[in-house]
Design a protein around this ligand. Structure first.
Ligand code: SF4
Ligand code: SF4
Length: 154
């Protein structure tokens, strides 16, 4: 059970989410739970519950939502969007919430590590001489690493 401290609620949080690209639909949710029933992630990890995340955001539980490890579990399959009777577009709401979490530096260390590797090498793993030698033996062209020339907000 999640305990709610009324003094720590941020009633403006839902409007902050709604102002983000993709977050506009959050206030249309009436809590029917069709998204949760359709979610393949919820099917294997019951603690991940799209409806619960939206209710927490609507209630103003900003810190609990932005610091939750679960907001990063969405696979962006868009299954919830297809069944939502209110056209909330929960997948896009999740992007909005994750962008706010990134702005407030509430990103899991593992994702920050991936971002650093991506920025440095232009891919999610380092390509060394060893890999290129193996590629040469297979008749494949070498891979040249290229650092990302854009900034990645995380
Ligand atoms: S299906 Fe839509 S309206 Fe129903 S709980 Fe999920 S987001 Fe809200
Ligand atoms: S988009 Fe995310 S929240 Fe929606 S059904 Fe797929 S995994 Fe679940």
């Amino acid at each position: 059970m999640t305990r709610i401290n009324l003094n720590e609620l941020d009633p403006s949080f839902k409007f902050r989410v709604a102002r983000q690209p993709g977050g506009e639909g959050i206030t249309k949710c009436f809590g029917c739970k069709a998204c949760t029933a359709a979610c393949p992630i919820e099917a294997v990890e019951h603690r991940y519950d799209p409806r619960k995340i939206i209710r927490m955001a609507l209630l103003g539980m900003k810190d609990e939502v932005l610091k939750s490890e679960f907001i990063w579990l969405c696979s962006t399959c868009y299954g919830c969007r297809e069944v939502c009777p209110q056209d909330v577009r929960f997948t896009d709401v999740m992007f909005a919430i994750k962008n706010l979490a990134a702005e407030e530096a509430c990103v899991p260390p593992g994702l920050v590590g991936q971002k650093n590797i991506l920025k440095k090498h232009g891919r999610l793993y380092e390509v060394s001489d060893f890999e290129n030698e193996k590629r040469e033996k297979l008749g494949l062209p070498p891979i040249k690493e290229q650092a990302a020339d854009y900034d990645i907000l995380l």
